[in-house]
Structure formats: C-alpha cells, structure tokens
Design a protein around this ligand. Structure first.
Ligand SMILES: Cc1cc2nc3c(=O)[nH]c(=O)nc-3n(C[C@H](O)[C@H](O)[C@H](O)COP(=O)(O)OP(=O)(O)OC[C@H]3O[C@@H](n4cnc5c(N)ncnc54)[C@H](O)[C@@H]3O)c2cc1C
Length: 524
C-alpha cells in the first residue's frame, strides 16, 4: 500500500519548499522528496573547500525574494521563528574596470549619482530620472512576481490603457543596449547597467530585455541585496523548519521517477527505487519542461512536444568557490566592498563582443567575471580573518573543441583566476587554500533545473516569459491533462532566481481546494 499524504512535493529546491510550506501552514499533511543527499537545489550552503569555510554552491544574492510577502510579511515566520536573518550592505553592486576605475550602485541614490558623476555629470542627472522611473515601475512589477502570471493578452491590454503602460510596453521590447545608449553617454556607465541586467543571462544586445535595468535598479534601491547570515542555505533550513513544525516531512535521497496519474489527475508519485506515495490533494513538481513527458504519463503529445522544444540559453555557468587565507585585495582600492562585484573591460564593445562569442558557441573573451566575497558582509562563513570567494563566468555547455568539461574545468578555472589577477593582487595559490569548480555539466547534475548549465532552466526570452514561461500551455503553474499537478521551478514565471515563486503554485492549489489563500500568514 502506498504511504498516504495530502500533498507531495517533488524536489526540495526553495520553490518546492515554499509551495509545500504554505500548504503545510494551511493544515495539509505534506511530504517533500529530494533526489540529492542534501536539500535546497540552488539555495544551498555546503562545506566545499576547507574546514570552517561555508560556500554557497549556487545562489548567493537574495534580491527578488525580498519583495515577496513570504519575507515582507514574514507569512511563514521564517524570520521571526525559524532563524532566517539577512544583512543588507549599503553597496549591493560595483563594477570594477580593468583600468582601476570603479562605479558603485548604492541603496542611497545620491551616492550612486556621485559615483556616476565621476564619469559623466550628464549621466548622473539622467540616472535620477531613470531611477525615479524604476521606482514607478516597481510596484507594478512586484505585484506580478509571486503569484500566477496574468495571461499575456490581458496584461498587454491593461498596459495599453495608459501612457505609462504603453511606455512600459515599449521599453519591454527594447534591448538593454537600445535603452542604455538612449539614456547615457559614457560607455562605462552603459556597461555598468548592461552588465547588471546581463546577470539574467542575456547580452545587452538581446531584444526585449529593456526592463532588466529598471527591475535591478528598482529592487537594489528599494531593498538592496539580502545576504543571508550563515549562507544561502539558511533560507532552505528555515523553510524545512517551518514545514516540520506543521507536521510535514522532508526526505533526502529519494529520486522520483514519475507522477502517478489516474483519470487525468495526479494521484501521487513513484520513486526510482520502486516506492509509491499517494497524494490526496495534489503534487507539486519541480519538473523541467524537457522531462515533463517522461515524468507525467498520458499527456497530450502536443503539450509534451512544445515543452521539449523550449529553448535553453547558450550561456552555461561555470563557478569557482574558494577558501582564502586573507580577504581579497582589489588593485582599485579597499572601497570595493559590494555584494556583487563585476570585473569589466575598459570598453563597452569588448563586453558586447565577449557576450557575442557565446552566441556562436565560443568562450567569453575577456571572461565575464562576476564575484562575491560574502565574508566581507558575513564573517561567520569562514574562520576569523579568513575569507570565502564565489566567482562565475559564462561558457558554452557543448565545447566547440569537443573536449569534456570534466577534464577541462580546472584549466578553465585557472584561466579565470589568471584574468582576475589583473584586478586583484592576491588571487593566486599564495592566498587560495582550496577551491571547488563546477562546470555546466556539474550544474545540471546538481539539479535538472540547471539543464545545460542554464541557471534559469530555460532561456529568459520574450517568447518564454510571463504566462508563456516555459510554454503557453504550462505557464500558469498547472498542466493541461493532469489535474492537481502544480509546476515550480526557474523555468516557470517569473524565471530563474531566488524569488520564492513557489508561492504561486500554492495559490493555484488553494484555489482548487477552495482554501482562502489570503488567510495564510496568521501564525505570528
Ligand atoms: C551557479 C548559480 C548561481 C546562482 N546565483 C543566484 C543568485 O545569486 N541569486 C539568485 O537569485 N539566483 C541565483 N541562481 C538561480 C537560483 O539559484 C535558482 O533559480 C533557484 O534556486 C531555483 O530554485 P527552484 O526551487 O525553482 O529549483 P532548484 O533549486 O533547481 O530545485 C529543484 C530541486 O528539485 C530536485 N529534483 C528535481 N527532480 C527531482 C526528482 N525527480 N526527484 C527528486 N528531486 C528532484 C532537485 O534535485 C533540486 O534540489 C543561481 C543559480 C546557479 C546555478
């Protein structure tokens, strides 16, 4: 006989946990099954390098979840009861150029204005208008991030009703390049904002990415970047504690092979080792669209075909996690203390061409290095006086030279570190106690969400956006032809990142179960 639960979640990524935790909060008996030996998917902190050093395996910056009622209203008491604590450094992000100049993005707008003025007084003034507009857009954007998406037709019709809405629509269709070259004159200022938006795995030249800089600036000014004290995985720990406090269970090392379906309704799950679990009310599934047909029997072949045809970004991610003897010394000076630090060339066209290389299956040149050394803000992650470092660059999943990432990743990591030496004086073996490198292959091994090393599951393009993410059939967190199956993942709206967007799946489930979702969050 299958073990029986009300709700089963496939995967203990933060989105599955958020959905499960909301359902546990409304009194459902919840079981979460995770294939890895650890929990959290992309929100995990582990001992990867040397004793006493805690590294965030994937996400390190908790930006967009800060506007989620989950944290804003502490809906599930993650902060007040379950130990989740953030620090919000004054400088969320800084660009460091090869010639030693720097441009910071601060929570205090006037400090950002002053930094931009070092490059162009005209751009500093233009930034004021741009940041005002970002704050105007923010409530509209934020209202759509943590609930099921509005159907695209309705959302465009709404935008069409006002001048501001039509302007937003126009901006959405621009590339970052179109937007930023229209706003700013200085190439380093343009590069600074283009690179922030590029963290969404898009080149500044990608069309329909024009909202990116507004979203980042809006959030960074309003909330900053949350650095979880103790590591990214503290969010996962708090979610698990919340589920368990409501009688739920979260199990590791359980690989779910398929959803069991009867008469077009999800009835539970079957695991690869032959166990079955029944779910009376529904199944929450971290199921990548390319795996949907394999994991959910009996779906309409057209639904499965479109899911399998979703496009994955050409930008696979490669990361280095290091334990350092001493904090990093930036050649630009000791003021480089941001959460996210972007190491940039001196010329904007060099950045654009580097992104272009990825489009053709090549390597970035120069490397597009982003890094965080979060011990700057949270010393608890390393022994006293020591530091951690998290570095990323983008690479093709399939190498044009036919070589395997497993054998080549160390050479690539050394190439990244050598390039970093132009910006940082102590990033060699004298300071690196140990490091761990993950190639795009490793990335997809840690979670099927990161297929081909795409941090966002599927590419962040207009045709895989909003209610059409990942496909028009699957964009509303539900699966046509399989009732009571609710999808979560970076490949769903609003995309990759720590959003806590599993809340939308819980809303859909509550709607089907006739539970008033708005009453959740009364446990304080
Ligand atoms: C290197 C890297 C850096 C990143 N940095 C940031 C950052 O700084 N800030 C940010 O906001 N975002 C960042 N992201 C993106 C962010 O981590 C992800 O978008 C987010 O964690 C996705 O969460 P999720 O719960 O939807 O999916 P996942 O975290 O992928 O969780 C899915 C879970 O389900 C499990 N699972 C899947 N299938 C099964 C199955 N059949 N049976 C059992 N278990 C299963 C997986 O093992 C996994 O644990 C980064 C991602 C990567 C890879």
């Amino acid at each position: 006989m299958a073990e029986s639960w009300d709700v089963i979640a496939i995967g203990s990524g933060h989105n599955g946990l958020v959905a499960a935790a909301y359902m546990a909060q409304v009194g459902k008996k919840v079981l979460v099954l995770e294939r890895n030996a650890w929990h959290g998917g992309g929100v995990v902190t582990r001992d990867l390098t040397a004793p006493g050093f805690r590294n965030d395996l994937h996400s390190m910056a908790h930006i967009f979840i800060q506007g989620n009622p989950l944290l804003k209203n502490d809906d599930l008491c993650l902060k007040s009861k379950f130990g989740l604590r953030y620090v919000f450094p004054e400088m969320p992000m800084m660009s460091v150029f090869e010639d030693g100049t720097t441009l910071g993005m601060y929570r205090d707008r006037e400090r950002t204005v002053a930094d931009i003025a070092k490059f162009s007084k005209k751009d500093a003034e233009a930034f004021r208008g741009f940041a005002d507009m970002a704050q105007t857009f923010l409530p509209m954007i934020q209202s759509q991030l943590y609930s099921p998406p509005v159907p695209l037709g309705a959302s465009y019709a709404l935008m069409d009703q006002s001048r501001e809405g039509r302007e937003m629509w126009r901006i959405m269709q621009l590339s970052c390049h179109d937007l930023l070259t229209g706003l700013f004159e200085n190439e380093k200022v343009i590069m600074h904002f283009g690179r922030i938006a590029g963290e969404n795995l898009v080149s500044p030249d990608e069309k329909s990415t024009g909202m990116g800089p507004f979203v980042f600036v809006g959030f960074l000014e309003a909330y900053g970047i949350g650095v979880p004290v103790g590591g990214s995985g503290k969010l996962t720990d708090a979610l698990i504690a919340s589920i368990e406090s409501n009688g739920g269970k979260v199990l590791a090392n359980v690989d779910v092979a398929r959803v069991t379906v009867k008469n077009g309704r999800a009835m539970g799950v079957a695991t690869r080792d032959g166990r079955e679990y029944a779910a009376k009310d529904g199944v929450i599934g971290a199921i990548h669209p390319h795996l949907l047909g394999k994991m959910v029997p009996g779906l309409d072949p057209a639904v499965v075909h479109d899911a399998e045809a979703t496009q994955i970004s050409e930008m696979g991610c490669i990361t280095i996690h290091a334990a350092l003897n001493e904090p990093l010394k930036f050649r630009a000076g000791d003021h480089v203390k941001a959460v996210m630090i972007e190491l940039l060339p001196n010329s904007y066209n060099a950045l654009r061409k580097s992104f272009d290389n990825l489009r053709y299956g090549g390597f970035t040149d120069p490397p597009l290095i982003g890094l965080g050394s979060l011990t700057m803000h949270d010393p608890s992650r390393a022994p006293a006086g020591k530091a951690t470092m998290h570095v990323w660059d983008y690479v093709p999943y399939k190498r044009a030279d036919g070589k395997n990432w497993d054998t080549e990743k160390k050479a690539y990591a050394e190439h990244m570190l050598a390039h970093m030496g132009k910006y940082i004086s102590n990033v060699g073996p004298e300071n690196i106690v140990a490091y761990h490198c993950d190639s795009p292959l490793d990335m997809e091994r840690t979670s099927p969400s990161f297929m081909h090393g795409d941090l966002h599951g599927v590419a962040s393009t207009t045709y895989q956006y909003g209610a059409h993410r990942p496909t028009p059939d699957l964009g509303m967190n539900v699966v046509p032809g399989c009732d009571r199956l609710y999808l979560v993942g970076p490949f769903q709206h609003p995309g990759g990142g720590v959003f806590g967007a599993g809340r939308a799946a819980a809303m859909r489930m509550c709607e089907d179960l006739k539970i008033d979702f708005d009453k959740i969050g009364v446990r304080k």
